[in-house]
Design a protein around this ligand. Structure first.
Ligand code: NDP
Length: 333
């Protein structure tokens, strides 16, 4: 049973050296426990925060201990009457080929409802993040303009499609032409801007948002956000979901200098953590499942094969290698 441990805390961009693979024996289960074989493993940007020891909402990983993340697995042995052998579960578990659980940190999945991998994105944490951030905080109204940074990733793709469902004009910002084409052609965004190649992001945004910006769903922060914020409308809402452009910096960047803009437009800017809305998880998952089933929301997965490639897949998030949700396939279903 191979596992991945945090070997050291990164300074700046994490590297392979910050992780260590170890080989252990396959665990035995006790009464009330289940053995889970990892099928899909999720790599997520927020895990970068847990690799450092700075105070945050999630506890730091401990050096020398396994990385914990989202796992979809198959129950291969069970001494817990709630979980049958061969059933699928999802939970926050170790980056390992096998995990033991007492059932308190896993949920059942129904493979007939949707492919089990979706429990790690559209029908899981990133989908709920999109749902709560946009609907509970942003409160979109028909005809409003929604701008999304980090638009082509796990959260951003779902935010944009929910905003379209609510009758909004949707503008995505992403890091390659291929990602922008995906947003425009496959997800029907009204416009998509490549922030890496546009000669003037502010001018491109102005053109894509002729009526200004009513909702800004921010996944990245930094200079991308400075440009969007110049265009916010009266009583706009800015949702701070993520700040990936800042996660690997030794020193935080200066800014944003947008406070006068918030003041002059009576606007709201609010950060949130998906677990703030945990009491609404059922509502969120019910609606997301319904939209997926009706074909109103689609999703893309970027699947890397093999446990050995987990660290590289994680690092790839910061190089922008994924379109849609980045997953690692560890074993066959
Ligand atoms: P993504 O699937 O969007 O993957 C990360 C993407 O971020 C990359 O593909 C890349 O796309 C972009 N990116 C990487 N580095 C930079 C950079 N320096 N500047 C701008 N963009 C960059 O990840 P998720 O959808 O899982 O997460 C999106 C954001 O939401 C993250 O910031 C994450 O931390 C946050 N989050 C917050 C939660 C909450 O509870 N508040 C819960 C879940 C996620 P590109 O090619 O476009 O640069």
């Amino acid at each position: 049973n191979r596992k991945i441990l945090l070997a050291s805390r990164p300074v700046g961009m994490p590297t392979e050296e910050n992780f260590k693979f170890i080989e252990t024996s396959t665990p035995e289960i006790g009464d009330g426990e289940v053995l889970i074989r990892t099928v899909y493993l999720s790599v997520d940007p927020y895990m970068r925060g847990r690799m450092s020891d700075a105070k945050s909402y999630a506890e730091p990983y401990k050096v020398g201990e396994p990385i914990i993340g989202g796992i979809v697995g198959k129950v291969t042995a069970s001494k817990n009457s709630r979980f049958e052998v061969n059933s699928f579960v999802e939970g926050r578990l170790e980056w390992a080929e096998y995990n033991v659980s007492d059932g308190s940190n896993i949920r059942h999945l129904n493979p007939e409802l949707a492919p089990v991998s979706t429990a790690l994105h559209v029908l899981g944490m990133p989908g709920l993040t999109a749902y709560f951030g946009l609907l509970h905080i942003g409160q979109p109204k028909e005809g409003e303009t929604v701008v999304i940074s980090g638009a082509s990733g796990a959260v951003g793709t779902i935010v944009g499609q929910i905003a379209r469902l609510k009758g909004c004009r949707v503008v995505g910002i992403a890091g390659s032409d291929e990602k922008c084409e995906f947003l425009s052609n496959e997800l029907a965004f009204d416009a998509a801007i490549n922030y890496k190649t546009t000669p003037d992001l502010f001018e491109s945004l102005k053109e894509a948002c002729p009526n200004g910006v009513d909702i800004y769903f921010d996944n990245v922060g930094g200079s991308v956000s400075d440009n969007v914020m110049k265009l916010i409308n009266f009583q706009s809402r800015t949702i701070i979901c993520g700040q990936i452009s800042q996660y690997n910096l030794d020193k935080p960047e200066m800014g944003p200098r947008v406070m006068d803009k918030l003041l002059k437009t009576s606007s709201l800017m609010k950060g949130f953590i998906v677990s703030d809305f945990a009491e609404h998880n059922k509502e969120g998952l019910t609606n997301l499942s319904k939209w997926v089933k009706e074909g109103k929301i689609t999703y893309r997965e970027n699947v890397v094969e093999g446990f050995d490639n987990t660290v590289d897949a994680f690092l790839g998030l910061f190089r922008g290698e994924n379109t849609g949700k980045q997953l690692v396939k560890v074993s066959e279903e």
